[in-house]
Design a protein around this ligand. Sequence first.
Ligand code: FAD
Length: 413
Amino acid sequence: MPELQKYTVAIIGGGPAGLMAAEVLIAQGVQVDLYDAMPSVGRKFLLAGKGGMNLTHTEAEPAFVARYGARAEQIAPILQDFNPEALRAWVHELGIPTFVGTSGRVFPTDMKAAPLLRAWLKRLRDAGVRFHMRHRWLGWDDAGQLHFSTPEQELHIKPDAVVLALGGASWARLGSDGKWLATLEQQGIHSAPLQPANCGFEVAWSAHFRERYAGQPIKPVIATYLDQQGQLQQRQGEFVISESGVEGSLIYALSSALREQINSTGSATLTLDLAPGKSAERVLEEVSYPRGSRSMASHLQSKVGIAGVKAGLLHEYLTKEEYTQPAKLAAAIKAVPLQLLAARPIDEAISSAGGVLFEALDAQLMARSKPGVFCAGEMLDWEAPTGGYLLTACFASGRTAGQGALDWLRAQA
Ligand SMILES: Cc1cc2nc3c(=O)[nH]c(=O)nc-3n(C[C@H](O)[C@H](O)[C@H](O)COP(=O)(O)OP(=O)(O)OC[C@H]3O[C@@H](n4cnc5c(N)ncnc54)[C@H](O)[C@@H]3O)c2cc1C
């Protein structure tokens, strides 16, 4: 340990990934300076706590790792060092109890992020991490030093190693704006373009439907989607009609495949089953049942349980005439197509896909073209659904990068 005391590591970005790297480094006696552009660290982490902080997931390892899709192979070794169980134990050690929800998701017992962040920051400060807020990193200067702007001055420093944990590009007002991408590109650290993940999509609603139903949930519903590999993806859940289209858990869960489909063909179609509890035959039977003088709307409500926004959706798709034809109506109830035209902007997304390519980094997340510079967290080229997978990979990759920086410093010594 004493051999590392003479070294200084700069961590840029105080989200979960950067803070975790700081923890690993300070524990080995390195001098750690953490810089962040914002007035305080962990702003996105705190926001994540607003809707109930989902830290990780209890599903078994192969299924857990598979959530990282095309990047499962690169994320697997990162998780080996800090798997969901280790993460949970670490949270408990900070004095924060957790519980497992019915879906297997792990939450702090109070569902909040603030107590966890407070306890963690205290521990880091007590251990000697020095925090430098309102320090915006601008890149490297001609002398190869890190260049920051602060409200008072420009700062140029040359630490012994650097961990970049700058986040993706969603919710830019919380600090991560993706501007690092061009800076790293200039240094030969290549990235895939940042794209929205766990995001909403645009639908060409009629003005009437938008005005009447924006904000309303569609539930329960089964969404079916034929992915680019020709595999049928099917999920039951709920989503919300927005002013511009659709958003919410069911949509986010399918968002990666839908986004890719739109990227390659210009649109994607979800097929919705608005009566998941009833077979197509049963729906047809009930819709065809003589309705006497009752309107189709009240007939649908009493026989199939379809009213409000679900009925509105059928009106969006069917002509007035088709709406009165039992066969057409029943078919639409079981399979109404919803054409998605574009992903909503990345700033609104929960997370980002794309980022620094694993090919540009070694196994310890050090940039091949810039030795001594490590990358961690959401700025790396992986994506995952919601369910705690995002934070788990951010924490774990922060550890890998921190450990990588330690090993690199040892090698220098
Ligand atoms: C609404 C919402 C809810 C979420 N809920 C969950 C959830 O329940 N579970 C889950 O697993 N995940 C959730 N997430 C995702 C999760 O919060 C992020 O994946 C995670 O915070 C990313 O961590 P990070 O450390 O990589 O980056 P960030 O947390 O984005 O931190 C990056 C930091 O870098 C700083 N920075 C950026 N550029 C510069 C620069 N040039 N100079 C200096 N500093 C800079 C930023 O100010 C920021 O503090 C949610 C996200 C959102 C938006």
